[in-house]
Ligand binder design. Sequence first.
Ligand code: ATP
Ligand code: ZN
Length: 297
Amino acid sequence: MKARDRLRIAMQKSGRLTEPALELLNRCGLTFRQSRDKLFCFGEGEPVDLLLVRDDDIPGLIAQGVCDLGIVGRNVLDEYRFTAGMGGPALAEWRPLGFGRCRLSVAVPQEVDYRDASQLQGMRIATSYPGLLGEWLRERGVDAGVVTLAGSVEIAPRLGTADAICDLVQSGGTLVANQLREVDVLLESEAVLAGPQALPSDERGDMIDLLLKRLDGVIQVRESRLLLLQTSRGALDAVIRLLPGGPQPTLLPVAGQPDQLMLQALCAGEVSWRQLEEIKKAGAREMFVLPVEKMLA
Ligand code: ATP
Ligand code: ZN
């Protein structure tokens, strides 16, 4: 079989991860022409195409070599490792992507008293994640019945088909609505860039390398802010001490005001109103916080 010379990325066709994943790829300079069946999207500028599928299929597609990379929840990737992917080619989490955050948790009916996992002994636990739950129970030496359900896991206790559940939680609203209480976290999840453990040694490997570099830049700037301000030389030390982390600030002279300096600092995260007020109190003025559009270190 002739090796593919274009890179192929799998992502969720329609769901929570679709929009942010596409936006992230766009920010990396990848744009796609959507085909009519919407399964395959041809990449326009770079030799990178998209395959739009159910998120559960993504790890398998990478393992089979149908796709080179995938954007998928860590929960789905890790579940695959403990179920269908067991004994198959190892998959790696190349980058955490910072969206689709949620956790895989155990929840019990509100009135049940819970101290630790040993209380699940002998219980029936409903979940769509039998692999991860089974492993977690095994590690704790707990023998419980795992009831595998494809969906609507949260109503199982009310239906009497389970005593507890293990499901994804974001705000916890669904749990409260079903009179359940989150008692233990198995996994903190977010969308990740998944791929094979080893990069292909042909041009696709070079493409992946390039994509990872762009991705790192995009992820870094997404959280970065450029802080601009003016300060007197006398107040400079106090102002610098209050700057939120990041590399050394740049100082520039201010025309016609020899005692004043303009300071420019890259901050690693959001700069809050409170931080600005503190810096101002230390002697800064004319302060601006700007988002960073692109960065290539
Ligand atoms: P499909 O299988 O059709 O692709 P799905 O119903 O399995 O879709 P979504 O509900 O869109 O998938 O969730 C996709 C991913 O979003 C989850 O696997 C998880 O990583 C993440 N996610 C973030 N918050 C939540 C949440 N509150 N509930 C479920 N998933 C969440
Ligand atoms: Zn799914």
